[in-house]
Ligand binder design. Structure first.
Ligand SMILES: CC(C)(COP(=O)(O)OP(=O)(O)OC[C@H]1O[C@@H](n2cnc3c(N)ncnc32)[C@H](O)[C@@H]1OP(=O)(O)O)[C@@H](O)C(=O)NCCC(=O)NCCS
Length: 155
């Protein structure tokens, strides 16, 4: 079994195409579509984190976030299916929480499909709580949940 350690770091523009490819594999039929994540990563104000193997330097996961008024929001997060349940998703969200606190955000918010059990388990394990419910929000008819975790800007 691999014991590779992962480093969470900002992405460089030359990583954006790779993030796009990982998103496609991570989300499957629910992928945003070719080029869309790379395009979003290039938008002013959008920050991007990567999980990179310390030894292999392979990228296994990514997260995009941005400030939205007093809140920060996770736009998308994905981990390759072969690298799941190794703590990479949690490490990405923790790094994002730190960055959002430094940026002065009061909360970190996100939207998740109500039937996405792994993502919900991840967010609950990190202290996120549901604050709104959007029935039949997605194309496949699934409900969306809005979740938030309070931050301590400047603490
Ligand atoms: C959601 C996702 C990012 C989680 O990434 P991950 O690297 O596997 O998550 P972690 O290994 O850091 O998991 C941290 C904790 O979350 C919970 N968790 C994560 N996946 C879980 C699963 N399939 N079942 C139950 N709990 C799960 C567990 O509490 C886990 O801790 P543990 O392994 O010590 O029990 C990954 O499953 C993914 O890319 N899914 C497809 C894309 C997606 O749905 N993104 C979210 C959109 S809102």
């Amino acid at each position: 079994m691999s014991t590779e350690a992962y480093r969470i770091e900002p992405a460089a523009p030359h990583d954006f195409a790779l993030i796009d490819a990982i998103e496609k594999v991570a989300f499957g039929a629910a992928s945003w579509g070719s080029g869309d994540v790379a395009q979003t990563a290039r938008i002013d104000g959008v920050s991007t984190l990567l999980a990179r193997g310390e030894t292999s330097h392979d990228v296994s996961g990514f997260l995009l976030w941005r400030m939205a008024g007093e809140d920060a929001e996770i736009l998308t997060i994905g981990v390759l299916p072969t690298d799941r349940r190794k703590g990479i998703g949690a490490a990405l969200v923790r790094k994002c929480l730190d960055a959002c606190e430094i940026a002065g955000a009061r909360r970190l918010i996100l939207e998740v499909a109500a039937d996405n059990r792994s993502a919900l388990a991840l967010y609950h394990s990190l202290g996120f709580e549901e604050f709104a419910h959007r029935p039949r929000y997605y194309r496949n008819g699934a409900d969306a949940l809005l979740m938030a975790r309070g931050l301590h800007p400047g603490a």
